[in-house]
Structures are given as C-alpha cells and as structure tokens.
Design a binder for this molecule. Structure first.
Ligand code: GLA
Length: 373
C-alpha cells in the first residue's frame, strides 16, 4: 500500500515538473522535442526578420487565429485587398474583409503588408472598359489607377507598413520583357512607375515593393532586376523587392537561391520573401488536368523528408543574408488548406506549410527552428 502511494506521489511530481512549467515535452512520430509553449515561430526568428502569413478574414474567426497570434508577427491579406475584391465597381469599394483583417492585426499587434495595388489577375471587370464596352484610353486607365491606389492606401495609411505595389509585371516568356497584360497594352511600361508614385503620394511612410515569382530562374531574375533597377535609377519611389518564393521539394537549388539573393542585394533595396510555401510535389508552373498518378496524395515520409531538406536549405540561406532580408511571409497558415490544393492540379492535396492539418508544428517546423544560430 505504502509503495503505491509513493509511486503516485512520484508520478504527480513528475507531471508537475513536466506540465506545470512552461516547458512541455511533446512527442512526434520520430522526434521528442522540448517545446516552449510560449514561443512561436516569430520569436525564434525575431533577431533576423519578421515572420508573416497570408490570411483570409474567415481564418481569423477559427482556431487558426490563436496559431497566428502565437507564431506570426505580420499578416498579408491573401485576397481581400486585391483590386477585384476591394473595388468591384467603379464607384463602389468593398471594405468589410480588408477592414476585419486590419482590426485583428490592430487588436493583436501584428504588422500588415498590403497586397496588392496593381496586378493583371483578379482585376475588376470595369477597369479596362467604358460604359459602351470599349477599351479605355491610357489617360483614363491611369486616372482610374490613381483613384484606386489613393483611396485604398489612404484608408490604411499608418497601419500598413509595406505594400506590394505592382505584382508580376514581368513576362515568363524568355524573349519577352514585360507581360503582355491589359495594363501594358493600354499604358505601356509607364503604369508601373505611376503606380509607385501614386502609392507614395498617398502614404510617404509606407515601404513600396515590386513583387514577382520564379525569381530563381536566371532569365526571369535578370528581367526583374532590370525593371527594378530602371525604376530606382529613374528616381521612382521603390523601396523593396518581393521574392514570392512559391517553391517545391525540387527547387530552388542552393546555387539558384544564393545567386538570386546576391543579385538583388546589389540593388540596395529591402528584400522580402513574400509568399513562401514548399509544395511536396515537383514544381510545375502551369495549371493542368489531373493525371492518374495524381491520386497518390498521401503525405509520405519521403515527401516529408524532401520538404524538410528544402525548408532547411532556404532558411539557412535566408539567415546568411539576414542583413538584407527584412521579412519572410508564408502563403497560408497550415496544411488544412492552401491555394496549392488547387494549383497546378485542381483538388490535389498539398502540404506546403510548417503546420499540419491539426495546426500542430510539423517536423519541418522544428528543423527550421534548429537552423537558428
Ligand atoms: C500570386 C499572387 C498571390 C496569390 C498567389 C496564389 O503569387 O501574388 O496573391 O494569388 O499567386 O495564391
């Protein structure tokens, strides 16, 4: 009997030690890690860069809200501030979603990156045409762009510290410099500089970024560099370059990522990774139909390990260039859902983030944290 009591007392003391203090022990499939439950991803990287996340207003009403507050220091509205959603008609703005993200940020002391002011996708129908359905002139389009940027930037002035002003203006075609978008067809190259000027006039304190993807590709990288350098040389108010970073288990190579960062360091601007995710499938840049081999969507150990290696590679390089990189933003919160569940293959489940479907830190999370020296 006495022995039983002694065992119980010892067990309770052990439990008190393990669970009463802020340091908890949780065990994963293969690792046993001490977790400081008060510490989130942002805290491990606080001495290097702000860690951010792309969000929807809906996610902020779920249990993902707590995860955001604990792990991230900044938010980017995934869709709510894009021109289509926020300015659906010429004389009508839709503020509710963007405002709710701003209110959450304010209440929880998170920074906000605005995304974005001028893009060829998710644009409202009315912007390029007049009432008769004809394409508008350059003057009219620039005037509409100015009105849009001034109104949106003004509304969140002082609360949004950085804006992606122009998104994805560079062409993916090797022989073509700027994307053949409606913006370009109507205004020529000038719309890019104008967008920065309008944003700067509306909020002179906001950091203004040019943001693009597949920057690790040497041909595209050169074009992005050429554009940003030409803007800077012309005295356009541009303060940063956003590397989207939609990567995968098979790219970027160490060399590609290092060369990319080194190249942009030469511009003397802020560098941020603005849309980081690492797909567990090999990279494909274009949407395509589902194939029979797409049915295997398990998050296998092989996929997990490949993803861990890629995340480690990226963070080791980010830390090496910490003097130049000011922010790393993940594109979506957890593997519960991400845009990659529908791209490039509609309905193919992906697992691109550091938190799993149950919002628990994945092994990749701990491996990334371990890269901090
Ligand atoms: C691009 C855009 C983002 C988002 C992603 C896909 O990277 O910049 O806003 O639309 O595509 O989610």
């Amino acid at each position: 009997m006495r022995y039983k009591y002694l065992c119980m007392i010892l067990l309770s003391m052990a439990c008190l030690f393990l669970y009463g203090a802020p340091v908890k022990i949780i065990s994963h499939a293969t690792v046993t890690m001490p977790i400081d439950s008060t510490k989130g991803l942002k805290d491990y990287f606080a001495k290097f860069f702000t860690i951010g996340v792309a969000v929807s207003p809906r996610a902020l009403k779920t249990d993902e809200a707590g995860l955001i507050i604990q792990n991230f220091g900044s938010m980017t509205p995934e869709n709510a501030m894009k021109m289509g959603p926020i300015h659906p008609k010429e004389n009508e703005y839709f503020w509710r979603d963007a405002d709710s993200i701003m209110a959450f940020a304010k209440a929880n002391h998170l920074k906000v990156r605005g995304h974005n002011l001028c893009w060829h996708n998710q644009v409202p129908r009315w912007i390029f045409t007049n009432a008769a359905g004809d394409t508008v002139s350059k003057e009219v389009l620039l005037q509409r762009l100015q009105e849009h940027i001034t109104t949106v930037v003004n509304r969140y002035k002082g609360s949004i510290y950085a804006w992606d002003v122009v998104n994805e203006a560079i062409s993916d075609k090797p022989g073509e410099y700027l994307r053949n978008s409606a913006w370009y067809r109507i205004c020529g190259e000038e719309f890019i500089a104008k967008a920065f000027e309008y944003a700067h006039a509306a909020d002179p304190d906001a950091l203004l970024f040019y943001n693009d993807y597949n920057e690790i590709n040497p041909v595209k990288r050169e074009k992005i560099y050429r554009l940003v350098k030409s803007l800077k040389d012309a005295g356009v108010p541009i303060h940063g370059i956003g590397l989207q970073g939609h990567w995968a288990i098979n790219e970027p190579s160490e060399e590609e990522l290092t060369n990319t960062i080194k190249k942009f360091v030469g511009l003397g601007l802020n560098i941020q990774v603005t849309e980081l995710d690492i797909s567990v499938y090999n990279k494909e840049h274009d949407a395509r139909e589902r194939k029979p081999e797409d049915t295997n969507t398990e998050f296998t150990a092989e996929k997990e390990n490949a993803q861990i290696e890629m995340y480690k590679r990226c963070f080791i390089i980010f830390e090496k260039y910490k003097k130049y990189i000011t922010g790393i933003t993940f594109w979506n919160i957890s593997d519960r859902s991400s845009w990659l569940d529908n791209f490039p293959v509609r309905g193919r489940k992906d697992y691109p983030l550091l938190f799993d479907k149950n919002l628990q830190p994945k092994k990749a999370f701990w491996e990334v944290v371990k890269t901090v020296k």
